[in-house]
Every structure is written in C-alpha cells, then in structure tokens.
Write a protein that binds this ligand. Structure first.
Ligand SMILES: [Zn+2]
Length: 592
C-alpha cells in the first residue's frame, strides 16, 4: 500500500514538474514576474555547485531494477526530477575503474587521457605502474599508506610507494577547466574511498581525499597540501569508522521483501576473511586486520564518504562563492560488494537500498545548504558489471570463469617460440586485457616486433574463451577493419602505456579474480554489461525525462563545460547533451 501511495505521489510530482515546465516554456517572463532568480538552465547564472557523483560499478539497469523498495529523495528523486540517459555506455574497451573515472572527468578516451588500465607496464622502468602513484608526493598522514598484509585491492599492493597525484593524467579535466576559467577561484574537490576514484575527478588543480584502510582516516598527499585544513583533522579525530567495531552489516528490511531474499547463500559468492556469504556480515573488532577493509565492502564505506563530504561542503563553504564550485564524490562500496557477491545478490540489493538512502541524505543536505536549484548534479558510473557465471548457469545460460595463467605453455605458443627460436618466456607480463611481450628476446633474436605480435595474437585467438586478440602494431598501422569492438580497443590505445596485444574474452567469460583477488564477478570487457552505466543530470529546474538514444560517457564532461560556459577539456571528444543544455528541455520531444 505504502508503495502504491508513493507511486501515485511520484506521478503527481512528475505531473507538477511537467506542467511547471510547460508554463515556463510558454511564458519565459514567469520567473521574473514572481521575482525569483531563474535557474542555471533557465537563463539564470551559472550553477553555484557542480556535484559530480560516481557510483563505482553501478550498471545502468540496477537503479531501476531495485527501485521498488527504494525511498524518496535518492534515485527516485533523480528519476522524477532529472534527465536520465537510459542507454549510456563507455566507448572504450578496458572498462576498469581509473579508466572510467578519468573518462568521466576529462571527456576524453583513454587513448588521449592515458589511463588505459588500473595497472600498466612502464617500459622505461620495467616495472608495473599503478595509475595514480607518484613517489614525489607521499601521503600526508603518517602510517596511513597501503597495508600490504590486509589490502584486498591487488593493484594497490602493487604500488611501490604511498605517494599519489594526478600526474599520469595527460589531459585537462572539466574541473581543471573550471579552475582555468575562473582564475583559480573555484573550489574543487574529489572524495572517494578509492584514491583512483578521487584523484581523476579532482583533476590537476583540485584537491583529492581518499580513505585509508589502514587507519580509517580520510587522507591526501603532499601534491595537494603541505598540511591538512583543520576540519580534516577534526573529522579524523571523530574516529567515525571506529563505531562499527564488533558490529555487522545487517539487512535494512525484512528478508522476504527482497528480490534475492531466498538466494543469500550461493556457491560463487566469496567469503572474504570470515565475512561470510550470508547476512549478517560481521566487521570484527576495530583492531582486527581487515576491519576497515570490511567496512568498505559494506554500505558503511559510502556512509563514511558521505559524512566526510558533508563536512567538506560546510567547512569549505562550497556553493557560497561568486564563481561555481565543484565537488566530486565517488562511492566505492557497490564495486567491492559487486566483486564479492555479484550484481544479482542479496548483498547488492541491500547495498543499493542503502546507497539510495545515502544519496537522499546527500541531496537533502545540498538542498539545505546550497539549494538544488543552484546545483548542477550529474550521476554516472565508471563501468558496469557482468553477472556471476553460476547465476547465469542456474538460468540455463552458458557462462564460465577462465584460467589463462598457463597461456605461455600452450602448444600453439610453444610452437611459435620454436619457430622464432625463443627459449625464454615470450610473454613478459599479462595484466588483463593487455599482454606485454618480452622485448629483450625479440631484440636479441632480431625479430620483427609486428610479426611476433601478430603471430602471438593469432595463437591467443585459437584459445578457448578468447573472442579477439588485437596486436598494437596493427592498431598503430591502422590495418584493421573498423568494427564496433575494434573501435573500442583503438580508443583505449595509448602507444606509451598500452600493451602489445589486447585480449577480449568471449561474453560472460572472465577471470575468477579481479587483478589477483578472488572475485565472483570481474568487469573490464568491452561487452555491453560492462560498458553500460546510468548518466543522469539533475538540479536547476530540470524536469523528468528518460532519454533512450545512445550516448557515450565522454559526453558528460563536454556537457558540463557547455553548461557552465568553460572551454572543453583538452582531450574531450564528447558531444554536449542537448536535453540538459539551457533551452534543450523545450526544444526536444518529451517522453511521458
Ligand atoms: Zn570501478
């Protein structure tokens, strides 16, 4: 009954917003007559705050799938008051976290922005490089770097130092353009549990904060600050993360009300460090090794991020300046939970109900302090996610985990090595999706790099589970056909950082690990479930629309730049989304 009323009320709100917009379109002087300042999309001044929200691993269909039991003010608010792009995709092949975040930040494809993977082989140093690592700028909090004994994120463990900066991002971000346009007067911040969720969006000119799984603090690096603003120390002194000691992640509602209420314990789910496959999931005591990590594999990670962001908004007085301010918040819990349990799990369902509450809390806070009318909100995701193979198998759909660790010993590859006279390993590194060949061997034998790449790619394509293997020399020399799949690989190709062969698994086939960590699902493919994300614009006087034409995530930063009136970021390739531009609402067809 409650839901029925909510639905009716929702429709009424929609109708009110609809007729209000018609009135505006018919009589542009309405706002003047009642003495109000028009909103940014109604010919008014630029928004006071640009709030860019990213939900890590939120596939495009998930908010709608779990909407029924969501409340008001969060996703439902965005659907009822925002322009919702229901067919938005990343256009690059390697749908990983730093790649997607940087694409959203810059409007550029990875080929230009340079973040082609979470990890790449630096051919100059001969070492694997972690995207935002920068040993010149160490972390500002002593002892808050990565705890390699407890860290579950293998890419983080790979970083040799705790230094972080945006130096590896090769182009400007929208937030950089804001800083350039307004002579550095805009306040610009990026916040996330993950460093790679915070750093790209804060850009080169803003300030980034991320969560230390070692201490439970939000931290930054000497790239951004010599010392913390006082409010950061005060927030960390509250030890908010400590209060979950001995507690568990429990269900928000009665289990019987969930779509996956009867499917909590599934064999493909990962039991990480005693966290279990079923509710309640215990965090353990605050002094236990995985405590802060477990908080991030629960909605608590996002709730802490929200609390920190609210303090930031208040203490930095965002939205109270003569020029627009910018805040990026990337919520990471959905990604960690997705990797362990999959998008079709009781854990994901409960997480999204709680994320919805977190969003509602954030939007209400912004409304009180700045006014949603004065705010330009955009919500998107850095990538989507596949389904766990076991879940698909239960429905009679073929899907599986792959085990490519023995590729170098495959008979085909062994025959190749013999043909080229190679005794050593031919494959130097394999950081999916990129295969890095052993250049020393190729050089010593006087072999042709392109020929070796081509031959290895041909052999890899014969292996079970591999749909496509594309050599970088072929991309560089432009002798491949333009197909939707190859185009995504080309957009991902940066000659300095990309590997020698890009490997695409068959749909619904992937590694049972996310860069070394056991996982129920692993994203990172160019298939539609991994590229599919929500893109929603709200705030100002925008009203509800659902847009079904396909858009790309590179359009987001370009659109923000167009709305605010700054130049597009230096590598931006997106098109402004006319539905959210001033005047765009009235000039394009409305979907009831
Ligand atoms: Zn991610």
């Amino acid at each position: 009954m409650k839901n029925k009323i909510r639905k009716i009320l929702g429709c009424a709100a929609l109708a009110a917003a609809f007729s209000a917009n018609i009135a505006r379109a018919a009589d542009p002087s309405t706002a003047l007559r009642i003495g109000a300042v028009p909103a940014w999309n109604d010919g008014g001044p630029a928004p006071k705050l640009i709030l860019q929200i990213t939900v890590d691993q939120l596939r495009g269909d998930l908010p709608g799938r779990y909407l029924e039991h969501m409340g008001d003010g969060g996703f439902r608010y965005l659907m009822q008051h925002g322009v919702w792009y229901a067919n938005a995709h990343h256009a690059h092949a390697n749908t990983e976290t730093v790649v997607g975040h940087t694409t959203l930040a810059t409007g550029a494809h990875p080929a230009a922005h340079g973040m082609v993977a979470n990890v790449w082989l630096d051919r100059k140093t001969g070492k694997l490089a972690y995207n935002t690592e920068d040993n010149r700028y160490h972390i500002l909090t002593a002892g808050a770097g990565v705890d390699k004994t407890a860290e579950i994120d293998p890419t983080q463990k790979l970083a040799a130092t705790d230094g972080r900066s945006p130096a590896a991002i090769l182009v400007s971000t929208f937030s950089d353009e804001l800083a350039i346009h307004y002579a550095g007067r805009s306040k610009i911040f990026g916040v996330s549990v993950k460093d790679r969720g915070a750093v790209p969006l804060a850009g080169h000119a803003g300030k980034a904060f991320w969560f230390s799984k070692k201490t439970g603090d939000f931290v930054s690096s000497t790239f951004y600050y010599d010392h913390y603003p006082e409010w950061v120390n005060e927030w960390n002194k509250k030890r908010l993360a400590f209060q979950y000691s001995g507690k568990s992640w429990e269900l928000l509602n009665d289990k019987s009300t969930y779509l996956f209420g009867a499917a909590d314990d599934k064999p493909w789910e990962i039991d990480f460090g005693g966290y279990g496959r079923v509710f309640p999931h215990p965090f353990g005591k605050a002094d236990s090794k995985n405590y802060y990590t477990l908080l991030t594999i629960s909605p608590v990670g996002d709730e802490l991020t929200l609390d920190f962001a609210k303090t930031l908004i208040e203490r930095e007085e965002l939205g109270k300046h003569a020029v627009p301010d910018y805040l990026s918040i990337s919520f990471s819990s959905t990604d960690y939970i997705g990797h362990l349990f999959g998008p079709s799990s009781l854990e994901m369902e409960d997480n999204l109900l709680r994320l919805d509450r977190t969003l509602a809390d954030l939007l209400a806070y912004v409304d009180r302090h700045i006014g949603l009318k004065n705010t330009l909100i955009v919500l998107a995701a850095d990538h989507g996610a596949p389904e766990a193979p076991g879940y698909l198998n239960e429905l009679g759909i073929e899907a599986r985990y792959l085990r490519p660790e023995d590729w170098d010993k495959e008979p085909g590859i062994a025959a190749l090595k013999k043909k080229f006279g190679i005794g050593q390993e031919l494959i130097r590194d394999y950081e999916h999706p990129y295969v890095y060949l052993n250049y020393d061997v190729i050089r010593d034998k006087g072999l042709n790099q392109g020929e070796v790449e081509h031959a290895v790619a041909e052999e890899l394509m014969k292996l079970d589970g591999i749909a496509l293997a594309i050599s970088s020399t072929a991309l560089r020399e432009n002798n491949l056909p333009s197909t939707p799949l190859i185009d995504t690989i080309l957009r991902n190709f940066n000659p300095e950082r990309s590997g020698d062969i890009f490997v695409v698994f068959e749909p619904h086939s992937f590694l049972k690990e996310a860069e070394g960590l056991p996982a129920a699902v692993t994203h990172g493919s160019p298939w539609r479930y991994d590229t599919y994300v929500p893109v929603v614009f709200a705030g100002g006087s925008l009203s509800a629309r659902r847009i079904y034409r396909e858009i790309q995530t590179v359009d987001v930063a370009t659109t923000l730049a167009a709305i605010v009136g700054v130049k597009p970021p230096s590598g931006a390739r997106g098109a402004p989304l006319f539905e959210v531009l001033p005047g765009g609402q009235a000039s394009s067809p409305r979907i009831p």
